[in-house]
Design a binder for this molecule. Structure first.
Ligand code: URP
Ligand code: ZN
Ligand code: ZN
Length: 462
């Protein structure tokens, strides 16, 4: 067999196994896992982990906002940043604006990605306006065309659905075998608490957490699970932040319901103390749900260890700290309720979890691969092309350095955001080399490969 590239002496981990071998690559796919392979080019990975490229199944790129704020990353900078951090597949969102057809939203996002993506991408839909045409025609057609997952919101005025609408969308997901992601926070509770905080002049960034306490996430998580149970449908609860929501998911899983859980770096590496940074600095960490306290961080770590969570994604939602279109859109001392929600994290997701999860022995290497690549590929219909190291899979591989300290600074990252919430944090893992379909897209410290080489991936149904 003629191989284009051989990665020699790889210490491979998949979601289930660890083994040493050479990885033979032909035509962008893994063609052989064996010893002593010969190829036109070779890369020696001796002594290093070679892991499946990450699948970041929750990130927001170039998503138009209704309040005039602007996302800092488009598909060029976002996918570049992902590749440099060891991610080889992203699943951002094609978000329907109220009044817009879903098809128009999908076409718009394809135009945004076209010619820019460095790595492969699929799309989740965000359904905000489930009209009869959307439910009866557009959703079934789009699912058949490879958009097999969608997110629905229980909060944010421009995005949220009421319970009746949620049931109608879930019923389509059941009939068409699509996967539904739910943002579970109680919108009315948030509005009521926010009104009181603002009236009392309590508008500093730290009050974002007071407006969205754990209880309102717990209530919405329970309701989302109940609605899914009524329709008899698997669902995935996204960006779970702490104990009370974890308890709801564990309770549902214990009853045999197919409820998946996703959490993100901000719920183990940030806390309410970061929201309480001096001046307006806390706005850098305003995201929803908010980072909780240290006790909740421990609960999330346990959930990553014990299988409550299947997915560890970034929820990259990039806004500048400085300038008129980001966190300061409503002014230099804007109230927490006027600050765009979201933090950057595409490039730091995998180094943080490999360093603090695996090297600190909180989770094993197989769990790392499952949480960061394999499970998302399976849940969202991209497996086995993506998310594993197997003969026939795309040669999306990352060779990791785990033997030196790296101090994270924003200047070393490749996103277009002017800050990272992880500034100054020391990790012991960083990608040495990232391969996407057998092509080098990151060779530390240099990005490689041309924007636009990334391919759109049609996802299969459940
Ligand atoms: O604060 C967040 N998470 N912003 C991104 C949008 C979302 O809800 O995921
Ligand atoms: Zn969300
Ligand atoms: Zn999100």
């Amino acid at each position: 067999m003629k191989l284009d590239l051989v990665v020699r002496n790889a210490r491979v981990a998949t979601a289930s196994d660890v083994f040493e071998c050479d990885i033979g690559i032909a035509d962008g796919r893994i063609a052989a896992l064996a010893r002593q392979l010969d190829g036109a080019t070779t890369i020696d990975a001796a002594g290093r982990w070679v892991l499946p490229g990450g699948v970041d199944s929750h990130c927001h790129l170039d998503q138009p906002m209704t309040n005039g704020s602007r996302m800092a990353d488009d598909f060029r900078s976002g996918t570049l940043s992902a590749a440099c951090g060891g991610t080889t597949t992203v699943i951002p969102f094609a978000c329907q604006m109220k009044g817009q057809s879903l098809r128009a939203a999908v076409d718009d996002y394809h135009r945004r990605a076209e010619g820019k993506a460095l790595i492969d991408y699929a799309f989740h839909l965000i359904v905000t306006d489930p009209t009869p045409a959307v439910l009866r025609e557009e959703l079934p057609q789009l699912i058949a065309e490879g958009y097999t997952s969608f997110k629905i919101y229980m909060t944010y005025d421009d995005l949220k659905l009421n319970d009746r609408q949620i049931l109608e969308v879930l019923a389509v997901a059941r009939r068409e075998r699509a996967m539904t992601m739910i943002h579970a926070e109680n919108a009315d509770c948030i509005a009521w608490l926010t009104e009181q905080l603002v009236a009392a002049g309590q508008t500093a960034p730290r009050f974002h957490a007071a407006a969205r306490p754990m209880l309102i996430e717990r209530e919405a998580t329970h309701r989302a699970i109940a609605l899914a149970e009524l329709v008899d449908l698997p669902v995935l609860i996204v960006h779970v932040s702490g104990r009370e929501a974890v308890e709801q998911i564990r309770w549902a899983q214990g009853r045999g319901l197919k409820v998946f859980g996703e959490t993100c770096p901000q719920y183990v590496f940030l806390s309410d103390e970061d929201l309480d940074a001096p001046g307006f600095e806390g706005a850098k960490c305003i995201c929803s749900p908010p980072p909780r306290d240290k006790a909740n961080q421990d609960v999330i770590w346990h959930g990553l260890e014990n299988g409550v969570f299947q997915v560890f994604s970034s929820d990259h939602a990039p806004f500048h700290y400085e300038g008129p279109h980001g966190k300061r859109i409503a002014g230099n001392d804007a109230g927490f309720h006027e600050v765009p929600n979201g933090i950057p994290g595409l490039e730091t997701r995998l180094p943080l979890l490999l360093s603090e999860g695996v090297l600190q022995e909180r989770i094993d290497i197989n769990a790392f691969v499952a949480l960061t690549a394999t499970n998302a590929a399976k849940i969202y219909g991209l497996y086995p092309r993506k998310g594993t190291i197997a003969v026939g899979s795309d040669a999306d591989l990352v060779i990791w350095d785990t033997d030196r300290e790296v101090t994270i600074t924003n200047s070393m990252l490749h996103h277009d955001v002017d800050y990272t919430p992880y500034e100054g944090r020391v990790v012991n893992a960083w990608p040495r080399l990232t391969l996407s379909r057998g092509e080098v897209v990151w060779s530390n410290p240099s990005p490689q490969g041309a924007p636009g080489r990334g391919q759109f991936l049609k996802a299969t149904r459940r």
